[in-house]
Write a protein that binds this ligand. Structure first.
Ligand code: MN
Length: 439
């Protein structure tokens, strides 16, 4: 695959000699870091380019494409060949999504799926390897490839290629508890983290203080240690206490993994934290800020900090509001209707947090609903990622009620008209109960 990247980079340089470039990338962390790497690399080559960040490749994106530019897609486009084949332009793609149809003749693509036994490389990883071929100076962008990898949660299967990217990046790797940021005091992490939800602790500063006091983890000079400063004994006490909150039989080892630490804006930062900040910016419509933040622009950092703080606050507030919300709970499912008490933009995050919490049994379906302007946004998750196919459940309800469905087996969502609220809930309950009988 590395040889292919080299060859594609050579072709790219040739084809873009006297032509402008249009870069199109995805709006998640991996896509934003890909775009940041490419922006820097193309600027260094004095190339004329423009950049667009999209949520997904819809037909509208293609109808607006300029005819005379070379197009470079990052972290997307492998399943959009039906549109791309009709373009009258040269197209380059660096992507890791599955290829679903024949590669058109106007496309030059690098995709790990085209190589047997190739390891999974994120969009940012591919962009980095490509940028490194353009100019070895771009080695200083390797940290962005690591952020993209963590953003796409590919860090559990790191192969040869990513090992060498991590080496280039000077990111250090440490084993620890998978809550972030590991560089902040443990009380703050327990209060604000959305990875491991502990009832009565997450979202409550007094809950956190009690919890840590019971474990005999005390502040020194008013300041708690950071997660990476905790000693072995403290980590093991903390792990045991968290595990006790789980209703399943999962082992504490599941909560342990690699923590990636990078020097970012001259400070040691947790890569998961940076990834979450990029995501929060991009999803709130500030992809430009997200890219500038990736490239360590100071103004962008101030803005990104603000956006992220707001985002975190609304999540904590939403978690606090949970007990007050309308709920229908049965053995194998819970429907939570937040109405307008939780914003529709974070209802999916809340559903994910709940499905990761130890409050519910494996296989239980969590369906969270919230109003947006005109519709009801529905986010569904399955605890422990096993059991029923929640997308199928939503699809069959929507078939009856009307609306749009997206997602996959264990995480799906749909949009429903407000005036169909009652019908939706009734049909959903019926469908979930039939599922119960089937099981
Ligand atoms: Mn990706």
């Amino acid at each position: 695959m590395l040889a292919s990247i080299k060859e594609v980079a050579k072709q790219f340089i040739e084809k873009t000699k006297n032509k402008e470039i249009q870069v199109i990338s995805h709006h998640d962390t991996d896509g934003i870091t890909s775009a940041a790497i490419m922006s820097k690399a193309l600027s260094r080559l004095n190339k004329n380019f423009s950049l667009r960040i999209v949520k997904q490749l819809e037909e509208e994106v293609f109808t607006k494409l300029p005819q005379n530019k070379v197009i470079l897609f990052l972290d997307l486009a492998s399943n959009s060949f039906n549109y791309i084949k009709n373009l009258n332009t040269e197209v380059f793609i660096l992507d890791h999504h599955e290829i679903t149809s024949e590669i058109p003749s106007n496309v030059t693509i690098v995709n790990p799926h085209l190589f047997q036994e190739a390891e999974e490389i994120s969009g940012a990883g591919l962009s980095y390897l490509f940028a490194k071929e353009l100019d070895s100076q771009n080695t200083d962008l390797a940290y962005l490839a690591v952020i993209g990898m963590v953003g796409d949660t590919l860090e559990k299967n790191i192969g040869k290629i990513y090992t060498s990217i991590i080496k280039d990046s000077k990111v250090s790797v440490k084993k620890g508890i998978l809550m972030y940021p590991a560089t902040r005091p443990v009380n703050k992490v327990l209060e604000y983290n959305s990875e491991i939800y502990i009832p009565g602790v997450t979202g409550s500063s007094t809950g956190v203080t009690d919890f840590l006091r019971d474990l005999d983890i005390k502040p020194v000079n008013g300041q708690y240690k950071t997660l990476i400063e905790l000693d072995k004994e403290e980590i093991s006490k903390l792990l045991t206490a968290i595990t006790l909150q789980r209703s399943d039989s999962g082992s504490p080892e599941d909560l342990i993994g690699n923590i990636y630490l990078v020097n970012f804006f001259n400070k040691l930062e947790d890569v998961r934290q940076i990834s979450a900040m990029i995501n929060a910016c991009s999803r709130s419509g500030e992809s430009g800020t997200a890219i500038a933040f990736c490239l360590q622009n100071k103004k962008a950092k101030t803005k990104a900090d603000l956006i992220y703080t707001k985002h975190k606050q609304s999540i904590v507030k939403a978690l606090e509001n949970l007990p007050k919300l309308k709920k229908i709970e049965k053995k194998n499912y819970i429907i939570i209707h937040a109405e307008d008490k939780i914003k529709d933009t974070i209802i999916g995050t809340i559903a994910s947090i709940l499905s990761n919490s130890r409050e519910y049994e494996d296989g239980k379906a969590i369906i969270a609903m919230a109003y947006n302007d005109t519709k009801i946004k529905v986010s569904a998750r399955v605890v422990g990622k096993n059991g029923k196919n929640i997308r199928d459940v939503l699809s069959s309800v929507i078939e009856e009620v009307g609306g749009e469905v997206g997602g996959h087996q264990f995480a799906a969502g749909c949009l429903v008209e407000k005036n169909k609220e009652e019908q939706f809930i009734n049909t959903l309950q019926k469908t979930l109960e039939i599922e119960l009988v089937k099981l």
